[in-house]
Ligand binder design. Structure first.
Ligand SMILES: Cc1cc2nc3c(=O)[nH]c(=O)nc-3n(C[C@H](O)[C@H](O)[C@H](O)COP(=O)(O)O)c2cc1C
Length: 198
């Protein structure tokens, strides 16, 4: 593993454009200071009225075990909705996902009774998530954000001790990765309109 001084650091545009979601991680432990640097980058995201709506819950090592029951509960819930029983295969997949990266960071948010503030807080959380993903890439780490039933249906809430005002936003998988990725995007001019005259 590289030391603190020889770690890569990419400029912002390169880090943004070369960030890709990766799903295959080495189990190499990630030093706490590296994660703290990424959380600090996340914390500098824009957030209206400085509500700081994000909360970060970091799971690593055997701490990841805490997530298994929540993820498996969502598998059982999805199966029951279809009138089925969760298969051992799906339950195992759910468990394995919790250990698929050395670090999992669940981002939760503080909601608000006012719809506009609530929306702004949710949007700010995703700004923070993107900051973290880009910073991770700049530092040579792989990542991806995920949602899914265990997040959307708040199965993870009890693990995090979330209050009624809070809800989970996403789970970020983080670690060193050697997975090859392919960048795919349409040309930006397909989605851009310019207004240059009165
Ligand atoms: C709001 C949001 C939710 C996502 N949820 C998932 C998810 O549940 N599972 C997953 O594999 N990827 C998830 N992703 C990652 C996207 O699939 C990924 O960003 C997209 O395929 C583009 O690839 P790239 O990140 O390499 O550019 C999510 C991304 C966003 C922005």
């Amino acid at each position: 593993m590289s030391t603190a001084t020889d770690r890569p650091i990419a400029d912002a545009l390169t880090a943004i454009k070369t960030r890709r979601s990766v799903k295959e991680y080495l189990q190499t432990e990630i030093p706490k200071e590296w994660i703290e640097e990424l959380l600090d980058a996340a914390h500098w995201a824009p957030n209206h009225k400085l509500t700081h709506p994000w909360r970060f819950h970091v799971f690593s090592g055997t701490g990841r075990e805490k997530l298994v029951a929540a993820r498996q509960a969502s598998v059982r819930w999805a199966a029951e909705k279809k009138g089925e029983q969760a298969s051992e295969e799906h339950l195992k997949f759910a468990k394995d996902k919790c250990f698929s990266a050395p670090v999992l960071i669940i981002v939760s948010m503080v909601g608000d009774d006012k719809k506009i503030t609530d929306q702004e807080n949710y949007a700010a959380c995703w700004c923070a998530i993107e900051n973290l993903l880009v910073a991770a890439n700049a530092r040579g780490l792989g990542s991806y954000p995920s949602t899914g039933d265990w997040i959307d249906q708040n199965f993870v809430g009890p693990v995090l001790g979330l209050t009624e005002k809070e809800r989970p936003v996403a789970c970020i998988f983080l670690g060193q990765s050697e997975q090859a990725t392919m960048a795919k995007r349409l040309p930006v001019d397909k989605h851009t309109t310019w207004y240059t005259e009165a």
